[in-house]
Design a protein around this ligand. Structure first.
Ligand SMILES: *[C@@H]1O[C@H](CO)[C@@H](O)[C@H](O)[C@H]1NC(C)=O
Ligand SMILES: *[C@@H]1O[C@H](CO)[C@@H](O)[C@H](O)[C@H]1NC(C)=O
Ligand SMILES: *[C@@H]1O[C@H](CO)[C@@H](O)[C@H](O)[C@H]1NC(C)=O
Ligand SMILES: *[C@@H]1O[C@H](CO)[C@@H](O)[C@H](O)[C@H]1NC(C)=O
Length: 819
């Protein structure tokens, strides 16, 4: 854990190690389509219309219309000029998109900035401005859009007062208790939908203040109190941290939390639709993620209940503070921690004098200070301790560098223990709680006779046996309760009976296929809804708790090009995942079928290819999990009723391997023909091994040929060798499936073949990364020349072992190789 934090720090501060990242790619696509030209100013007579943009004085930021969904839904937003991919940092009409082509952003004679739409009139406005002189609009180089009084130059309105989901250089979150004013970040609903989502990020008026992410009205995440330069509950922000933030609270009841760029490189701080904070920095050509929270259940507010502490380890777990026991042992054992812990020994404390004799403080290190603290006036740790001891309602104190004395007068909630960093928290306990253990030991030692010892030993053995049995028994139910407790929106828990009747007891007629992780069945729920049920084979190589954590995380991955998990069912040994049912089954049922292949002509195939790349980009870069698929293949691409491609089986390899991010695994899970050389032979996997599989997939989609079946000419050329030959001789056009040749757009086909070959190059470094891949597929930029693929099995030569394996397993079977 220590090392993982150190890594994070490198990511943030060592510019070499930044990860490439991107959000809201869809909007970028639109920009490339729109022919935009800039407008000098917005005036009543020349409003800003669709396709025009307003650019800040030094050309840093740009304001204009964009569509995050590539649909006709248009929003007015601000983004960094001339960069791809775009990150829209502010949106005007979040709640209501415009669709009308005459829509425009204009300024009324009374100085109001208005977004007009032919059908609906005023869709968005800044509200009354109370100026008689008229106003003008300016986009500043900081990304702030301001409306100023024409005559006095007074600022009437500014976008920095109305933040979307992004903090920019010198913009701030704030509260003002006197005026009731509050400035918060509100997440997008999804990364393609800017309307206000579930999450709000704010700072509290407590002293010292802390940052919260709220989900609706319930706390979702808490940063811990602010200590001069850092939040005490964010281990990354240790004493050596040079903070890009400042937080000022004044006695009049207002507070400002301001973000400053550190090195004049544009950067921003975004509240994502999943409720996490991500920091992006612009490295000159791309936006890169420079910080994001590591996912852990310990980030969930109050997950361990009162007096519980969440141990930030892998996997994370709840414990009671020393001297406390679970309130409900049964619930606790089941993994339902919400009721928290209670004192083992009641405190006796009356008034000033007695406290000292009967109570002691037990210090716990590396703690994120719990919620509901009060700031004491003590100026050193000793005084702080005394002030807590002498007030019977005080349960704990901490003397924190940069804050001073914090006191807790109610149940300790939302404490986390880090493996490094954090603060020292001292908790009040009855003295006997600390002395007790010693005393008991002496008594036992002096009175126990040999017989007693034997009897005790025997009793202990019996007890142990019972507990083992008991544990086995409760283990089965642990899963479900854990999941429920986390309250995962959109993830349903199905009863086994429901699934049995939906799938007709997993009848063979309902079986859709067989994959590396288990069989898939079609089912129909009582309400008529169709589902696909994946029955996982039981050989999961990880603990159940880990498995569940993974399931929860993976259920949060949502993208139009990923199959959605609807729920799960875990009973006894059975683990079932329930997915939305895809009407058009998988891509292989089209492209390898002599009749149905005609239904997907070249342009559909090209759409499918791009869709898969978008899904992959989300998995690799945009989701908070960074999922490497590891078994990307035609049969794992499902098609919905509109023939939109959806990647399935993502995250399963991860669930089976646990959460570790190592590149080196014990088992190689994948399908022959799609596995990159480095993955097949050494088990090293990375984004680039998925890119390799994508390349194979691409060549299969173009050619309509299965990699495992293909063999051309005397020498039994593989599909890759054949594609190479075709590309080097005539640009790759003749690789295209002859059955759809009519629909061919030669330039696109040739380009795709070349991209496919770039992806299957032997050296991972030579292959494009996912971001580059998508941009290669969606633009007409120059393509590099691929190197000849070297991993070309000559099927004839090695026919016996590999061929057999492939044909027996058919295309949908994953092959699991031992290392
Ligand atoms: C601005 O939008 C309004 C409403 O759609 C429309 O009537 C008007 O013609 C537009 N103005 C321009 C210059 O396009
Ligand atoms: C984006 O597209 C999805 C699916 O097509 C749709 O459900 C959603 O409402 C769209 N969002 C916006 C803002 O248009
Ligand atoms: C103890 O602390 C509480 C909470 O700060 C305060 O209300 C109370 O007056 C204190 N009691 C004494 C005896 O100081
Ligand atoms: C967890 O425990 C609380 C209190 O003990 C109880 O009310 C709640 O129903 C339990 N939740 C689950 C999922 O069992």
């Amino acid at each position: 854990m220590l090392s993982s934090y150190t890594n994070l720090k490198e990511i943030v501060f060592g510019d070499k190690r930044v990860h490439m990242g991107m959000t809201r790619f869809a909007s970028f696509l639109l920009f490339t389509l729109l022919l935009s030209f800039s407008s000098a100013a917005i005036t009543p007579t020349s409003p800003l219309s669709i396709g025009q943009t307003l650019i800040s004085a030094n050309g840093v930021y740009e304001l204009g219309f964009f569509s995050p969904n590539n649909t006709k839904e248009l929003y007015v937003g601000i983004w960094l000029k001339g960069t791809s991919p775009q990150i829209v940092v502010w949106v005007a009409n979040r709640e209501k998109a415009v669709r009308d082509s005459t829509a425009n952003l204009t300024i009324s004679s009374s100085g109001n900035l208005l977004l007009l739409d032919g059908k609906h009139g005023v869709v968005w406005s800044i509200g009354e401005t109370f100026t008689s002189n008229g106003s003008r609009v300016e986009l500043l180089d900081t990304g702030n859009l301001i409306v100023v009084d024409k005559v006095s130059g007074r600022t009437l309105w500014e976008s920095f007062d109305h933040l979307s989901d992004t903090l920019l250089h010198s913009s701030s979150l704030m509260y003002n208790l006197v005026t009731g004013e509050k400035r918060v970040l509100t997440s997008w609903k999804s990364y393609t939908d800017p309307s206000p989502g579930d999450f709000v990020s704010l700072i509290t008026p407590q002293v010292p203040s802390q940052g919260f992410i709220m989900r609706g009205s319930t706390p979702y995440y808490r940063t811990g109190p602010w200590a001069k330069t850092r939040f005490t509950g964010v281990p990354l922000m240790d004493e050596s941290y040079t903070s890009p933030f400042s937080l000022h609270q004044d006695v009049n009841g207002s507070g400002f939390y301001t973000y400053f760029e550190r090195n004049n490189k544009p950067s921003c701080f975004v509240l994502t639709a999943e409720g996490s904070m991500k920091m992006f920095a612009h490295n000159g050509t791309h936006w890169v993620i420079s910080y994001e929270d590591p996912p852990s259940i310990c980030n969930i507010y109050g997950v361990c209940g009162p007096f519980g502490v969440c141990i930030m380890s892998v996997p994370s777990e709840c414990k009671c503070f020393n001297g406390f026991v679970p309130k409900s042992i049964e619930e606790w054992k089941r993994g339902n921690w919400s009721s928290g812990c209670v004192r083992r020994t009641e405190l006796h404390c009356q008034g000033n004098s007695t406290g000292k004799d009967v109570n002691v403080f037990h210090p716990v290190a590396s703690i994120k200070p719990p919620d509901f603290y009060e700031l004491g006036s003590s100026v050193n740790p000793e005084e702080c301790s005394q002030s807590c001891l002498h007030n019977c309602s005080c349960v704990a104190f901490a003397y924190i560098q940069g804050i001073g004395c914090l006191l807790w007068n109610q149940d300790l909630l939302d404490a986390v223990q880090f493996s490094a960093g954090g603060e020292l928290l001292s908790i009040r306990l009855a003295r006997s709680e600390l002395d007790g253990n010693k005393r008991k030991k002496t008594i036992v030692a002096s009175t126990v006779s040999l017989t007693l010892f034997v009897i005790l030993g025997f009793a202990a053995f019996i007890l142990w046996r019972c507990r083992v049995k008991h544990k086995e028994h409760i283990a089965k139910d642990v899963w479900r309760n854990d999941l429920k407790q986390q309250d995962v929106p959109g993830l349903d828990f199905f009863e086994m009976n429901t699934i049995l009747s939906a799938t007709d007891n997993f009848s063979i007629t309902n079986k859709l296929g067989q994959g590396g992780f288990g069989s898939v069945y079609k089912g129909k729920l009582e309400d008529g809804k169709e589902i696909a049920v994946k029955r996982l084979s039981s050989s999961s190589g990880q603990g159940k708790e880990e498995f569940m954590n993974e399931l929860v995380l993976i259920s949060k991955l949502q993208h139009i090009n990923l199959v959605r998990i609807l729920g799960c069912c875990i009973e006894g040994e059975e683990k079932l995942l329930i997915y939305e049912f895809m009407l058009n089954k998988s891509l292989d049922t089209f492209i390898f079928d002599s009749r149905k292949k005609h239904e997907i002509d070249w342009s559909k195939r090209f759409d499918i290819i791009q869709g898969i790349a978008r899904g992959l980009l989300y998995l690799h870069r945009d989701s908070r999990l960074r999922v490497i698929h590891r078994d990307l293949k035609v049969s794992n691409i499902l098609l919905d009723e509109k023939m939109n491609p959806k990647i399935s089986d993502f995250g399963l390899a991860r669930m089976y391997q646990g959460t570790q991010y190592q590149d080196n695994t014990h088992r190689v899970v994948g399908t022959l023909g799609y596995m990159s050389p480095e993955y097949a032979w050494t088990g090293m996997f990375s984004e680039k091994s998925d890119i390799y599989s994508f390349g194979v997939l691409l060549l299969e989609i173009i050619s309509g040929e299965k990699i495992s079946r293909f063999s051309s000419g005397e020498d039994g050329k593989t599909l890759l060798a054949y594609a190479w030959e075709s590309w080097s001789e005539n640009g790759g056009i003749d690789l295209l499936d002859q059955d759809v040749a009519d629909s061919c757009r030669p330039v696109e086909v040739g380009r795709c073949v070349q991209i496919g070959l770039l992806c299957v190059q032997h050296q991972p470094n030579d292959r494009p990364n996912t971001l580059e891949l998508l941009s290669l597929l969606t633009t007409t930029s120059d393509l590099p020349s691929p190197k000849q693929p070297t991993f070309v099995m000559h099927t004839r030569d090695e026919e016996s072992p590999l061929r057999d394996l492939i044909s027996i397993n058919e295309i949908t079977q994953s092959v699991i190789l031992g290392r």
